[in-house]
Design a protein around this ligand. Structure first.
Ligand code: PLP
Length: 198
């Protein structure tokens, strides 16, 4: 949800700067997504555009996803792997098709990878598989530590490709305990600190 929020704000800022309407954001994702994307869409008032599954294809079809992208799309969210079957979506093809569409339209639609479970598997089992920051349009990735045990209940992380991909205005700087604590969370008191590296 934090990644979605960052995409929404980046898209709005760009649209404002271009003098274009910024009140009808949408997100494109496959209909095998986890409920977090529906929750994001409803809580943050973003239209959810779902690529429907079809007989024999139980993940998001990248061709159909890119067709659904329009000027109001804040990002395409790909899943690695699907909550229902564990199957990985084809992030490389999505990146390539979207890059071509961005070039044609002069839009700048980015990709988020929901690697909640696959992010801890793919780098070890399929190191050659390109699904991550090797692909230029992948701007953020989330993973869930709690799915693998030996961590705090519910812990997960989201990482951004560049500092600019997380708008500064979403980060609060708190100094209750005598040191700067940058925070980008939906709750308080203490989330993990934001560590940044350019
Ligand atoms: C693909 C996918 N995304 C997101 C989530 C939610 O992650 P978390 O429980 O860390 O919030 C899950 C959990 O099942 C998932 O499988």
């Amino acid at each position: 949800m934090l990644a979605g929020l960052a995409f929404k704000r980046r898209w709005q800022n760009r649209r404002k700067a271009e003098g274009k309407p910024y009140d009808r954001p949408n997100i494109v994702t496959g209909s095998a997504m986890q409920v977090c994307w529906e929750k994001f869409a409803r809580y943050f008032e973003v239209e959810l555009k779902e690529v429907k599954l079809s007989e024999g294809c139980y993940v998001m079809d990248p061709d159909k996803a890119v067709e659904m992208v329009d000027e109001n799309t804040i990002c395409v969210a790909a899943i690695l792997g699907s909550t229902l079957t564990g199957e990985f979506e084809d992030v490389k093809r999505l990146n390539d098709l979207l890059a071509a569409k961005n070039k044609r339209t002069r839009w700048d639609t980015p990709i988020h990878v929901d690697a909640a479970s696959g992010g801890f598997i793919a780098p070890f089992l399929y190191p050659e598989l390109e699904w991550d920051f090797r692909l230029p349009l992948v701007k953020s990735i989330n993973v869930s530590g709690h799915k693998y045990g030996l961590v705090y209940p519910g812990v997960g992380w989201v990482i951004w490709r560049n500092k600019e991909d997380l708008p500064d205005e979403l980060i609060f700087h708190i100094n209750y305990l005598g040191a700067d604590q940058p925070t980008f969370t939906l709750n308080f008191s203490k989330g993990t600190n934001i560590l940044s590296q350019n």
